[in-house]
Every structure is written in C-alpha cells, then in structure tokens.
Design a protein around this ligand. Structure first.
Ligand code: ADP
Length: 489
C-alpha cells in the first residue's frame, strides 16, 4: 500500500489502476497549505468505463459463493488494521485530522468490515407458514447489483467502509467517488482492495474508485442503465440534487445529510460525565462531523457550572500539528470552512453572545492560518446562525432553557434530524426525551454513539436510509419471493 511518501494518484477501474484523463484534483495539506498531489480526474468516457466495469463486477459478485464474499470482507478489515499506521498518516496528511483520531478512524473502518462479514453469514431468507396446503412461499435475499457511493472528506476511510463493507458482503459491486479534498486515502484503499481481492479469488472489478468533476461523474454513473443504488453522505443541498437524478431512473437513494445536533444538559445530569461526553462529540475532528453537537441547550440552574467545567477541560486541548501525538485540535479543512466558523462567531457576537473562551484563529509557527481556537459562545439564541446552521468547527454555542418542554421544542425546531444528545441521570426523563427527539440517533449520556452495529441515519433534511448493523446489509439486498404451487398428491 502507498506509504504517504509514495502516493497513488491513478484511479481504479476495470480491476486496474488507470490514469485519469481530465483536469486534476489538487490535494492540499490543510496544516501547511502545501500541495500534496495532483490526481488526474476522469472524463465522462472513463467514468462510463467505470460504470460498465461496475456492472460486470456486480455480475461476478452475484455469482461469488458466500464463503468467498465473507473472506474478502474479513480480509479487508484485517488489511486495514495491518496497515493502520500508514493509512492513518495519509488520512491526517490530507484531512488535518489529529493522528490519534486517524488511528481510531482506521479501526472504526475495519469494524464495518468485521460486522458486515458476520451479518452476511447470518442473513437468511424466509419460508412463511403457508395459508393453503398446496403452496409454499420462499423469500429470497438477492444483491441489489451495481451501486454508487459518494463520500465526504471528514471520514475519508470510515465513510467508504460503512458503504462498501455491506455492499460487498451482500454481493454487490460499488463505484466510489471520494471527496475532492481527500482522494488519496481512497486510492490507497483501492490498492488494498486489489491485493486482497486477488488473494482470495474475488473479482478485482467489484470496486472502482474515480476522482474528478463530481457533478459530471455522478451524472454519468446515475445514467448508466446498470446502476441500481446510490449511497451518499454529504450536504443537504447536494443530496437534493442527487435524489432528483435518482428519481429519473428510480435508483434507490440512501442519503446521509447534514445535521445540527442539540446537546441537552438537564439539571439532574452528572456534570463531569456530561462534560466528558461534550468533549467527545464537540472536539472529534474539531467539530467537523455531521453528528457533532452544534447547539448546547443547558438547564438554567446548571448552565454556569457546566460551562465553567467545560471551559477548564477545553483549556487543556492542545492545538497544533495534527501529526503530533499530543495534538487534539488541528487545522480546519479549508478556507471556506474557516470562513464559515468565523462568520458564525462574528454574527453571534453582533447579536449579543459573549465569547467566553477562544473566538479566533490561533497563530501557529510554520503552519497554515486554519487553526481555530476552541471557543465557547455564551448567551446564544436559537435564531443565530451558529444555532440554525451547522458550524462545523470547535465552537460551543450555549443557550439555556427552563423546562423539559421548552428544551424539546428548541431541540426539534430545526429542519435537520440526524443526532441529538441528552445528559440526565433520571431514566424516565432519558427515555421520554429520547423518544420525543425528532432525529435518527440519540446519544443518551453518550457523546460518541456511532458504531458498526447500529443503524446510522437521519430524518427530515438529514436524509433517509440506514447504514450499519444488519440494516446496512438490508440496504444492499433485494427481496424476491417465489410462490411454489405443489401438485396435488
Ligand atoms: P461538503 O460541504 O461536506 O463538502 P458536499 O455535499 O459538497 O459536502 O460534498 C460531499 C460529496 O459530494 C463530495 O464527494 C463531493 O465531491 C460530492 N459532490 C459535490 N457536489 C456534487 C454534485 N453536484 N453531484 C454529485 N456529487 C457532488
């Protein structure tokens, strides 16, 4: 596999590395603002070849015995672990994710392969009890076929794993289109795939990885007659465009879109625990994840104490070069990401919020200007941009509530519905609030709810479809029933 110093910059299709033939995707190290690589993009013609190869891959995967499918998927998980350090360094290089988190992401990605392999081994059809004597109904589970995955930059490896592992385990093929900010990890993964597929006799064209002009690639892949499913993680705006394109050909979409997670702390919460969980959700990749807590809704009576304790924990965060072991806060992904965080902070302050900690760029010698200080904004209001939109940065936007009803109203009053967090020691309240939250994932005294065995996904503007758990496998499975009429004896 590519060591960070030997980068793979060819796309992967037809079971081979093929140099792109169009304008390159320019990959920058966000920590230093230096060019890492130029990856030639694919033209419409090369994309069509990838779609065709995906169609052939789907046929080969369908024919592959379950044993080999499962072996392939298990091997991929093991290979990620075996090459964890090189992958983690590459991931950090192109995304700016702190190295300790990148190692965690490689393990997280590997866990999707483990889980999908087990789920596929256990997946079974059904024979419902017959209503009449001479008929049997056999429910068969079949692979959906050729699929397309479009992934974001914030989990360059784990988002690929979450989509691809169940696809392969179910017997499907997949063309992956990684984000333009982080194609190198995806291409390194293609090298791993090619090697493992060859080692266990699985079709090398079951996976393709193409990089380039995203709208063009998506259009060509979705127009190809063999494409049966799209899985997308990204912005609501792009999700809507893709859903429209899927509608034209009745391709089934799974859309995991943006969030705006509320973090509710009730007066009866264990405040130290709540602070630990807040740190987990807010500072994982500097808040650049779709389930990151975006709005902190705090019971009035504990607001000050919670923020005091949170502030002292946040002061311990090391801002620095993401390759350093001690670093917990690295650079934001790009200038647009930084500008959005700055805009949200400025708008909140203009409208009466108070900067309690941080609030601006941290100057780092020898590094880029994209390091934003861990920030607390006190006295925010639901109408502020930092509460209405995903900030995607290390900013705690704090506001208070008086009653559980008011907290729930605020929590649910956005178009998004991905994740929410509830901190309380009252089990009745925990269950009541978890049930009333209009979202797909609830962290109940848990700031890191993502895990391979859970059906991850959102509702409302956060999209639909579930990934993970046996539901993830179901998403790549088509049911067929055979009604068998028996001859009378
Ligand atoms: P973000 O704002 O997090 O970058 P995007 O939704 O823009 O989220 O990007 C997520 C993924 O969608 C990336 O792989 C990107 O290249 C891709 N993408 C962006 N625009 C389009 C489009 N019009 N059609 C298909 N894919 C797109």
């Amino acid at each position: 596999m590519a060591h960070p110093s030997v980068l793979q910059t060819s796309c992967y299709l037809e079971g081979d590395f093929v140099r792109g033939d169009s304008a390159p995707v320019v990959v920058i190290d966000p920590s230093r603002d230096v060019l890492l690589a130029e990856v030639p993009g694919v033209s419409a013609e090369l994309t069509r070849r990838a779609a065709e190869s995906n169609a052939q891959g789907a046929k080969a995967m369908r024919a592959l015995p379950l044993l080999t499918r499962v072996e392939l998927v298990r091997r991929l998980g093991a290979a990620l672990r075996a090459q964890s350090e090189a992958l983690a360094r590459l991931l950090t290089l192109e995304s700016g994710k702190p190295i300790v988190e990148s190692r965690g992401e490689v393990e997280y990605a590997a866990s999707f392969f483990d889980h999908a392999a087990s789920a596929a081994e256990l997946a079974a059809g059904e024979i419902p009890a017959s209503r009449v004597a001479d008929r049997r109904v056999l429910v068969l589970r079949e692979p959906v076929g050729a699929t397309v995955a479009i992934t974001p930059w914030n989990f360059p490896l784990a988002m690929i794993a979450r989509k691809l592992a169940p696809a392969l385990a179910a017997g499907c093929s997949q063309v992956l289109k990684p984000a333009e900010q982080t194609p190198l990890t995806a291409l390194a993964f293609a090298e791993i795939f090619a090697k493992e597929a060859a080692a266990c006799g699985a079709p090398r064209n079951a996976v393709s990885v193409v990089v380039g002009d995203a709208p063009l690639i998506a259009r060509v892949l979705l127009e190809h007659p063999s494409t049966r499913k799209l899985t997308f993680t990204g912005s609501t705006e792009v999700g809507r465009i893709l859903a429209g394109q899927c509608a034209a050909r009745l391709i089934r979409p799974a859309l995991e879109l943006g969030g705006n997670a509320p973090f509710l702390v009730f007066a009866d919460a264990d405040l130290d625990r709540a602070v630990e969980q807040a740190m987990l959700t807010k500072f994982r990749f500097m808040g650049q994840t779709c389930i990151s807590a975006n709005r902190f809704l705090l019971a009035e009576s504990i607001q000050e104490e919670f923020l005091r304790r949170l502030e002292s924990r946040m002061r311990l965060l090391t801002v620095g070069d993401p390759m350093e072991e001690a670093t917990r806060v690295g650079p934001l992904i790009n200038d647009a990401g930084l500008a959005k965080v700055q805009r949200h902070v400025a708008q909140a302050v203009d409208h009466g919020a108070r900067v309690r900690l941080g609030g601006g760029i941290v100057a780092m010698t020898g590094l880029s200007r994209r390091f934003f200080a861990p920030t607390i904004l006190d006295g925010c209001a639901p109408s502020m941009q930092c509460a209405c939109e995903e900030t995607f940065g290390p900013v705690v936007a704090a506001m208070s509530f008086q009653t559980e009803e008011a907290a729930l109203l605020m929590a649910n009053a956005t178009p998004s519905g991905l994740a929410a967090y509830v901190m309380t020691q009252d089990i009745d309240r925990l269950m009541r609030v978890a049930e009333a939250l209009d979202c797909g994932v609830v962290g109940a005294n848990d700031g890191a709810p993502s895990t391979a065995e859970a059906p991850f996904g959102g509702r409302k503007d956060s999209g639909f479809g579930r990934e993970g758990g046996h539901h993830g496998l179901d998403a790549y499975t088509e049911l067929k029933y055979v009604s068998l009429r028996l001859r009378a004896k």
